[in-house]
Structure formats: C-alpha cells, structure tokens
Design a protein around this ligand. Structure first.
Ligand SMILES: [Cu+2]
Length: 326
C-alpha cells in the first residue's frame, strides 16, 4: 500500500470546510508518511448512510474505507440489523458481506450471518465499497422496502432486488415475516448497465426556479465520456491540478478563472438557477465523489442513451440523487 494517503468523506457537503474534504490533489496534498492532518467538519442537515475512503490512487481498494452514518429520528422499523459494511470486489471473483465471503475453489470459510427475530422490522444499510463492479442485492424469500438512497430519504419503494454501484448507499427495511428458517442474502457482482428506478425523494428540496427543462438562468450540458480509463467532461480529460486548488488560492489565485487546470473549471454567477444536463455514452454511473452540488432532478431520460438534468438548489436542503444510467 502507498505510504501517503488522504481520507475523503463521501457525499459530505463540507460547506465551508473544503480543507476537510480529503480529496488529495484536488483540495489538498496527500498526507505524507508519519505526518498527521486534522479533518474537522460538521455534517449539517445531513443524516443517513455515508462512508469514507482513501482518496489516493486506488488505496481504498486495498482496504482504507469504512462506514459512517448519521441518525435522524425515524420510526419505521424495530431495530437496526447488522450493518452490511463490506460489499466489495474488484475483478469480482467473489463478494464480501461484512468482511466475509467465499470464492470458487476456496476454503469453506465463515459467511456473514445476520440474525433476525420473526415479526420485527429491520433497517439494513447497504454500502457498496466496490472498486469496480456493481452488485445485485437480494434476500431469498423476502422483499425489501427502500427508504433511503445516498443519504436522502425516499418514498418507500418495495423491491425484490436492487442494483448498487460503487460508492452508492441504500437503506432498506426488511420485514421478518417468513417462517423461521435460513435465507440466503445475495450480493452478486454484476457489470450490467444501470436501470431506471421509480425512486423519489421523500422531501421536496424546493429548489428555486421553474421546474421545467431549459427554464433555468444558466443551462449547461455536460457530456461525460471515458476513453482508455480516463474520464472526460465536454472532451476535457480529468487531470489532477499540479497544485491543489486550496493551495492555489493560498498562493494568490484571486479569481476562479485563475484556477488550473484549464478547462476543468466552469464559472457560474452567484444566485443563479443552474441546470445541468449530464449525458453519458458509457455503461457507468457518475460517482460524484468530490464537492457535491445540491440538485433537484427535473428530467431523466433513459431510452437509448443516458441523460439527466439536475437543477441546482441554493437552500442547502436535501436533494434528489441523480446517478446516470443509459
Ligand atoms: Cu467517494
């Protein structure tokens, strides 16, 4: 494992605490060996299921990752089941649930066992710490009711299986209403495209402006593509800045247009309603790992190609999540 590191708190807004975001090479330099770095922040207005992970190279795939959740008062279940913390994989020979799993031809090692009491409802927090594949999660003989997605409460949606991508989180309520028995919990590595869901935010984030396509003050199209493993937005490839952004500011960058690298910064006027249309040509979700804009999703189109439109919200309230599918 590398000896430098940084720790990113996935999906935490870090409003006013960018220095604590932990995105090495973007906001800060990685933390050198034998050095320390204090990340202090408050997760205001954020409750739900989150996770943290190394933000240096693929170090999180080597194990620097964990679960973080903030509780809010919600009484739709009787108890919290064991957190499904480690649903991981890489080339997807096998999957771990809570750190345990087996692979074909391997030893008959322990599997994760989650005990439930008949007649009770359990909230399960699913966190995909995958490095690459998505997972098809299901529990034999049981449906689940999704109540949270990526830290946002949702209208309850009953499903028999859900697809969870790298970095995504869901809370599901399981009702233990079947005859006493053993039931398989399955988390099958998968490379299938994302599919459209009927999941809706429970709380209206009340973003400003007219909730129609093309009616914002600023309308931006962001075409996301991947070529040889390098992601691009509007044909500008991602490149780490040679100096992290916060250091550029400390070094005298006065204006957003001064920030490097060129083409990676879109300058917006303050207090405007901004509409983003994301279109994809690949079979991947956009894992929005860094600074998190707040969105109202106003349109989502999924036949033939991916396209998502989001409306930026300025009020800091929870938002609809938008993960791309095609
Ligand atoms: Cu992340």
């Amino acid at each position: 494992m590398y000896t430098v590191t940084s720790v990113h708190w996935h999906s935490i807004h870090q409003n006013g605490t960018s220095y604590a975001d932990g995105t090495s090479t973007v906001t800060q330099c990685p933390i050198a060996q034998n050095q320390s770095y204090l990340q202090s922040f408050s997760a205001q207005n954020q409750a739900g299921t989150y996770w943290y992970h190394s933000h240096y190279s693929v170090q999180y795939c080597d194990g620097l990752r964990g679960v973080l959740f903030y509780e809010r008062c919600i009484a739709r279940y009787h108890a919290e089941a064991t957190v499904l913390r480690y649903i991981i994989g890489n080339v997807a020979d096998f999957t771990l649930i809570n750190g345990l799993g087996r692979y074909a031809g391997g030893p008959m090692s322990d599997l994760a066992v989650i005990n439930v009491q008949q007649g009770k409802r359990y909230r399960m927090r699913l966190v995909s710490m995958s490095c690459d594949p998505n997972f098809l999660f299901s529990i034999d003989g049981h449906n689940m009711t999704v109540i949270e997605a990526d830290g946002q409460l949702t209208d309850p949606l009953e499903v028999d299986q859900l697809q969870i991508f790298a970095g995504q989180r869901y809370s599901v309520v399981l009702v233990a209403d079947q005859p006493t028995d053993n039931y398989w919990i399955r988390s099958l590595p998968d490379t299938a495209k994302p599919t459209t869901t009927n999941l809706h935010a429970l709380i209206n984030p009340s973003a400003p402006g007219v909730p129609e396509y093309g009616a914002a003050d600023i309308n931006l199209n962001l075409a996301v593509s991947i070529d040889n493993g390098i992601f691009s937005v509007n044909n500008v490839s991602f490149a780490s800045p040679t100096v992290p952004v916060l250091l550029q500011i400390l070094s005298g960058a006065q204006d957003a247009s001064d920030l490097m690298p060129n083409g990676s910064v879109i300058i917006l006027e303050a207090n405007k309603v901004v509409e983003l249309t994301l279109s994809t040509t690949g079979e991947y979700p956009e894992a929005n790992c860094g600074a998190k804009p707040l969105f109202d999703a106003i349109q989502r189109k999924r036949e033939g190609r991916g396209e998502i439109t989001g409306r930026a919200s300025k009020n800091g309230r929870p938002e609809v999540r938008a993960s791309a599918s095609r």
